[in-house]
Ligand binder design. Structure first.
Ligand code: GLA
Length: 346
């Protein structure tokens, strides 16, 4: 295992950004940058040992400084939507930016994906990676409390990428962190992901209204387009999902202490397979419905349905939905999440 740190560019405030390249087994590698604690590249071998880029990203910092659809980003303070950018906590109403129609999305105008984190390499005998730390000030983007956050990415000799999050706060605040990597196991920019096969360990999902806020119902997937309990080709029932998949699946009634199996994504063409397990109660399947032809790494064009995200997280709009597992972190408690991506090819 090996890690290399290199200069990646400068923020508009003149701060230096670094890229960390972590090398795994059989030619695999993961690259991370301290701007946004972003996964900039994931390269994995296919069944014949051919290594290819399987995540969407940019070659240079510029793409990440401008607006982009959260390629590889660490998303926070609250990933996904909060209805009307408003919630109540401790008898007080908090107002956040409405940056997605009427709703608040992915932490606001300047979320954790646009912050410069401080990175330090971590290495053990079997794993290698980077720990990123960030202090989110009290009141940032309207959220209460100063939040100390850390995200640790570790790649091991089996090409398992483990993302471990921790957070502490000075005042009660909602916290919901996720990683927003877009996957195309056939290769980034190689076309639509409708031929990928997906299974999700969920017998329920969260139906949403027209602005993608959960209605509060936990609906059974039973036989419909949301039924991924057995491997299903993503394209096979796609036409019956208005706008494409952008739904949260229920993995459990609460967060778990240790990661549990959540999803398996397989690309029959390359033989690549990604197994996801997580401590989170939900996982958002987003099929890149809003991708619009962004020019990314290697000059590749990332068009609609050109990749998909599997975002481990708490349920969207939890701060306004009493029946959902709580996302409130209190002073003295520690937020913890562990999500594992295990790669193989056959
Ligand atoms: C999330 C959301 C989507 C979309 C993307 C970013 O996955 O659920 O609706 O906003 O982020 O484009």
């Amino acid at each position: 295992m090996n890690i290399e740190k290199e200069y990646f560019g400068q923020t508009r405030d003149g701060e230096s950004v670094h890229r960390y390249l972590v090398e795994g087994s059989r030619g695999a590698s993961v690259a991370l940058i301290d701007f946004g604690a972003i996964v900039q590249s994931v390269r994995m071998p296919d069944r014949d040992g051919r290594v290819d880029e399987i995540s969407l990203g940019f070659d240079s910092l510029r793409g990440y400084l401008d607006e982009h659809p959260y390629f590889g980003a660490t998303v926070g303070r609250y990933a996904n939507r909060i209805a009307n950018g408003r919630f109540e906590l401790g008898g007080q109403t908090f107002t956040l930016a409405s940056n997605n129609g009427p709703n608040h999305l992915h932490g606001g105008v300047r979320g954790f994906d646009k912050a410069l984190w401080s990175g330090s390499p971590v290495q053990t005998e079997t794993e290698c990676g980077v720990r990123f730390k960030l202090t989110s000030p009290d009141g940032e983007e309207g959220y209460p409390g100063e939040l100390q956050v850390s995200v640790l990415y570790m790649l091991d000799v089996e090409n398992r990428l483990t993302i471990s999050y921790e957070a502490n706060t000075s005042r009660p605040t909602p916290v919901n962190l996720t990683n927003h990597t877009y996957w195309n196991l056939s290769g980034a920019g190689s076309g639509e992901i409708l031929g990928h096969q997906l299974s999700i360990v969920a017998d329920r999902y969260l139906p949403v209204d027209e602005s993608l806020i959960p209605t509060g119902e936990l609906a059974f997937v039973e036989g419909g387009a949301m039924d991924f309990r057995n491997p299903l080709e993503i394209g096979s029932r796609f036409d019956s999902v208005e706008g494409g998949y952008d739904h949260c699946f229920v993995l459990g009634d609460s967060a778990s202490e240790t990661p549990r199996p959540a999803a398996i994504l397989r690309d029959p063409a390359s033989g690549r397979l990604m197994r996801v397990s997580t401590t989170e109660p939900g996982i958002q399947l987003y099929t890149g419905n809003f991708l619009d032809g962004t020019k990314g790494a290697g000059g590749k064009i990332f068009g609609r349905l050109g990749a998909l995200c599997l975002e481990a997280q708490h349920f969207p709009d939890s701060p306004n939905q009493e029946s959902f597992p709580s996302t409130v972190l209190s002073p003295g408690d520690t937020y913890r999440q562990v999500t594992i991506h295990e790669f193989s090819a056959a």
